[in-house]
Design a protein around this ligand. Structure first.
Ligand SMILES: NC(=O)c1ccc[n+]([C@@H]2O[C@H](COP(=O)([O-])OP(=O)(O)OC[C@H]3O[C@@H](n4cnc5c(N)ncnc54)[C@H](O)[C@@H]3O)[C@@H](O)[C@H]2O)c1
Length: 249
């Protein structure tokens, strides 16, 4: 077995930057063939260029049903099977609840929740149809566990994906499809650098972390690699929090 197919094929959404890029690179290093999906073609090119192992980019919009289906079909078309799905793509919506529009709500839920559900559904249906096991890892957030101001719709979507993790884990456990989640605290990806560009806001965010430092994308990726792999074969329905202790105080 070559290093490339040691663990089969992992489909990672939102892999053009930040945490998704780190996850795609870490899974590649761990021996997966990685299909990196995102709507940002340029970012995907950078992710692929940073990879040591071959990585396959797919440009699509996960806000549409055709985009969701294309993500999965393209990975299966190229590699025959997807053994691991990482639902990482997400949209943050820093906005007071009183200003949220119907369009904001739909846009956040479409990517953060609906795409993750229907990609998982397609993945599990195919694996179960063939009697094969599989692993789904959803990227949640500490904002889906504890309350915070001005992140309502985002936090609601993340709370939902954490519960989706439990619901699907139970429903699919007998078929060998494990469903887990990673819930990061604030990670200084380019998108979060922009949201927290005000030094005072950044200091307040850091103040909420007992360990005194922001988790890195690589630390989140390491949690994903663990949950995807055989060491976690008895782990399902779990939320692995990577937040330096924020949610235990
Ligand atoms: N960075 C943090 O502090 C943090 C904390 C907790 C959870 N998270 C979660 O981790 C994940 C990644 O975070 P990040 O900071 O790297 O995010 P990011 O915003 O930097 O990157 C998200 C990626 O998803 C892609 N994406 C968004 N909508 C898409 C669509 N419709 N179709 C295809 N691709 C789409 C974007 O193009 C981007 O590449 C997200 O789910 C986020 O909610 C992040």
């Amino acid at each position: 077995m070559s290093a490339e197919d040691a663990h089969g094929c992992a489909l990672v959404t939102g892999a053009a930057t930040g945490i998704g890029r780190a996850i795609a690179l870490a899974l590649g290093d761990a021996g997966y063939t990685v299909v990196a999906a995102d709507r940002d073609r340029e970012g995907l090119t950078e992710t692929v260029a940073a990879a040591v192992t071959p990585m396959h980019p797919v440009t699509l919009d996960l806000a549409s049903e055709t985009g969701i289906m294309a993500a999965f079909d393209s990975a299966v078309g190229q590699f025959g099977e997807v053994t691991c799905l990482v639902n990482n793509a997400g949209i943050a919506l820093p906005k007071p609840a009183t200003e949220v529009t119907w369009e904001d709500w739909d846009a956040v839920m479409a990517v953060n929740l609906k795409a993750a559900f229907f990609l998982s559904q397609r993945f599990a249906a195919r694996r179960m149809g063939k009697g094969l096991p599989g692993a789904v890892i959803n990227i949640g957030s500490t904002h889906g566990i504890v309350g915070v101001s001005d992140r309502s719709v985002y936090g609601i979507s993340k709370a939902a994906i954490l519960h989706m993790t439990r619901m699907l884990a139970i429903e699919w456990a007998g078929a060998g499809i494990r469903v887990n989640a990673v819930a990061p605290g604030t990670v200084m990806t380019p998108s979060r650098e922009a949201i927290l560009e005000d030094p005072d806001a950044r200091a307040r965010a850091l103040d909420r972390i007992p360990s005194g430092r922001f988790p890195t994308p690589e630390e989140v990726a390491a949690a994903v690699v663990y949950l995807a792999g055989p060491s976690a074969r008895s782990v399902t329905g779990h939320v692995l929090v990577v937040d330096g202790g924020t949610t235990v105080c």
